[in-house]
Ligand binder design. Structure first.
Ligand SMILES: [Zn+2]
Length: 685
């Protein structure tokens, strides 16, 4: 590992800060915090923090000594000066005189001493920074350091590798107690350049930003060199080659790792998946003693809130035996939940029964021969889980390559997992109605499809936007957010639909709701229309729905957690327009198709509904067409668009809301919802 300090960049950060009144020390604090945060071998998803001690004038013009420290949950890689908060240092140092302090009281005292009372909470490890005397303090959970210290003889390794330059602090849970012990250790080794926090991480100290940062790089490099010098091979078991791929395996894993919602009949708590199958992951999941390694615990305590303490281990998914794999996966996931309940009950009793159990679902699933899945309530959480799982695999593998990996005790893991200050890192979240669900929308580049994808994403779902025009889908996906997935899909081509759904499954792990919306209009007097025109329309407006529904149902059955099919059938399905047979007839068949799915798959918990919409501004009803139709009828465009019983224009958003309503109503199937402002001739009868 090399120092990434570039003098020119450092000075540019200082110059940029100066423009908004940021002083040199603080600007350089931001600069090296970013350098640390950008290297995943040093810092992953909030696993680290930095600080600076300096003087500043408060609101009253008085000069005070302050600690600038990273605020809790801020990403170090992209931190700005606002990501650091200033706390009055003197009262923080006084806390050392206390023997112990309640977490809530500590946070209260910290908040009462913020220079800006509206600032966010400082890092949970702030008090450790406050007690140490150095101007710059850097703390990371560098993977290589964890590999050498997460050992039965971690302290000896620390002496051998760092030669007394880092003092060794025995394991204590992060917080006030650890900070007190750390400063006592430091005061017995005043010349040290930093600390090793046993089974947790490393702290480096400096009088300048560069000194603290480059000490971190030097110490982590020493750990890396030690691992490289002392590495032994790790035994890998034979892995069968005839294995199913992740697209077949993911829905089974996802279904097994779902939980029935006991309070709402038909509802499930589901998770989103992120797959990883690189060489290091494969070597680990194929290891001979995978069971021991995987149950050895976390590499640093704060990982437990993202990955839980242990992963779920499944068997290798052999081709042609996926039913056996699915049965075993469900059994093992059930055992995992049982063990988690026992673990919670055991330790909750120890702490006086004051904790509330988190859900018992795994956050990391290991599949021999294939790789690992990170699981989370959102795609972003799943990615974080998978990143941490990869770092964990690297940490454990390297620890085993030079000795024997040893984690903290189960009780210590519980105390961290259920520490309110750790849970606060995840942020207060309002559970949205479709959290954990995956929605595929066809025709998502168009008005109704785009509005539907946006509406479902706002309701908490992860969305895949399918369209024959990929760039239209990509444009809409970008508007929704980073995890929205655009997919090229021609619903008139079976292979294209298969490929598109494989892509969705590989990206998210499955599908829960399919909104089959893609369509186009053809006209012609039915007795004279060319067969080709009718067939073309059937390919898109009937078979398109069938291909999409079939692909979605296959995945839903593999998950075994129900699902929902939603069809855009248009008013033509029930109220044909003159010379519009080529469009209306396949739409009428699509209505029958919806009813057939409702009938055939109700017992699997899969619902099927349709929306019968009319006169929506879209790719079918363009501004030119609206103008010409209005003119032909001798009415204004506004009156033409509002030509219904309620005299209100119906929008793509209204259709999207109807689809959302049908998705949320767990006891509604074979339903047609009319969204047309009132048209008695098109009313369902
Ligand atoms: Zn830490």
């Amino acid at each position: 590992m090399k120092s990434a300090w570039i003098e020119r960049d450092a000075e540019a950060t200082v110059a940029c800060g100066a423009k908004s009144g940021i002083d040199r020390d603080l600007a350089l604090r931001v600069y090296t915090t970013r350098l640390l945060g950008r290297d995943p071998k040093l810092v992953l998803h909030g696993g680290g923090n930095t600080s600076l001690k300096t003087r500043m004038r408060d609101r009253f013009g008085d000069e005070v000594e302050v600690l600038w420290v990273k605020s809790s949950g801020v990403d170090m890689a992209t931190i700005e000066p606002e990501g650091l908060v200033a706390v009055r240092l003197a009262p923080m140092r006084k806390l050392r005189a206390l023997n112990a302090i309640d977490d809530g009281e500590l946070v209260g005292i910290e908040r009462a001493n913020l220079v800006d009372p509206a600032a966010p909470n400082p890092s949970v490890e702030m008090i450790l920074h406050a007690f140490l005397p150095h101007k710059f303090v850097d703390h990371t959970h560098a993977t290589a350091v964890l590999s050498v210290i997460d050992q039965p003889d971690g302290e000896k390794n620390c002496t051998d590798i760092f030669g007394g330059r880092l003092a060794f602090v025995p394991y204590l849970m992060p917080g006030f107690g650890l900070a007190k012990t750390a400063i006592e250790v430091f005061e017995r080794a005043l010349q040290c350049e930093g600390l090793i926090l046993s089974k947790h991480g490393i702290v480096t100290l400096g009088e300048t930003a560069r000194e603290a940062y480059e000490r971190m790089i030097e110490m982590v490099s020493r750990a890396e060199a030690f691992i490289a010098r002392n590495r032994k091979g790790v035994a890998v078991a034979y892995a069968s080659r005839n294995l199913a791929g992740e697209a077949q395996v993911a829905p089974i894993v996802r279904g097994a790792c779902s939980e029935k919602n006991a309070a709402v009949e038909g509802a499930w708590r589901r998770l989103i998946l992120e797959f990883r199958g690189g060489e290091a992951v494969l070597n680990f999941v194929n290891a001979k003693d995978l069971d021991r390694l995987a149950h050895a615990g976390v590499i640093t305590p704060d990982h437990t809130i993202r990955t839980k303490n242990w992963p779920l281990i499944l068997s290798a998914p052999e081709n042609g035996k996926l039913d056996d794999f699915a049965r075993a996966a469900r059994e093992r996931a059930c055992q995992f939940a049982g063990h988690y309940h026992d673990y919670f009950a055991r330790h909750n009793k120890r702490v006086g029964g004051i904790k509330h159990a988190l859900d018992p679902l795994p956050r990391v699933v290991l599949v021999p021969g294939l790789g690992l899945f990170g699981l989370g309530r959102t795609k972003q959480d799943a990615v974080v889980g998978a990143d941490i799982a990869e770092a964990w695999i690297e940490g454990v593998s390297d620890a085993e390559a030079i000795g024997r990996f040893e984690s903290i005790s189960e009780a210590d893991m519980f105390d961290c997992e259920y520490w309110p200050l750790e849970q606060a890192k995840l942020g207060a979240r309002t559970e949205l109605p479709l959290a954990g669900q995956i929605v595929a929308v066809t025709g998502a580049g168009g008005a109704i499809g785009a509005a539907t994808a946006k509406t479902f994403a706002a309701a908490g779902a992860e969305v895949a936007l399918l369209d024959v025009n990929f760039s239209a889908a990509a444009q809409q996906a970008e508007r929704i957010g980073a995890t929205a997935l655009p997919v090229a899909c021609d619903v008139t081509d079976a292979e294209s639909v298969r490929t598109a759904f494989d892509k969705i499954v590989k990206n998210f792990g499955g599908v829960d709701i399919a909104v089959s919306n893609a369509g186009a209009a053809w006209q012609g007097r039915i007795g004279e229309v060319d067969d080709d025109v009718l067939r073309k329309s059937f390919e898109l407006n009937f078979y398109g729905h069938q291909r999409v529904a079939q692909a979605a149902v296959k995945i839903m059955l593999a998950q075994g957690t129900g699902g929902c099919l939603l069809f855009n059938i248009s008013k033509q399905a029930v109220n044909p327009g003159p010379n519009f047979g080529p469009y209306g007839i396949p739409k009428a068949a699509a209505l029958a198709l919806m009813r057939q799915y409702a009938l055939d798959y109700g017992s699997d918990g899969i619902r099927a509904n349709a929306v019968n919409a009319d006169r929506i501004r879209s790719g079918l009803l363009t501004p030119d067409l609206i103008a010409s139709r209005a003119k032909a009828r001798g009415v204004s465009e506004k009156d033409y668009m509002g030509g219904n019983l309620l005299q209100r224009e119906v929008t793509a958003d209204d259709v999207a809301q109807a689809f959302l309503h049908q998705a949320l109503k767990l006891k509604t199937t074979a339903d047609v919802t009319t969204v047309d402002g009132g048209n008695i001739a098109a009313a369902m009868r």
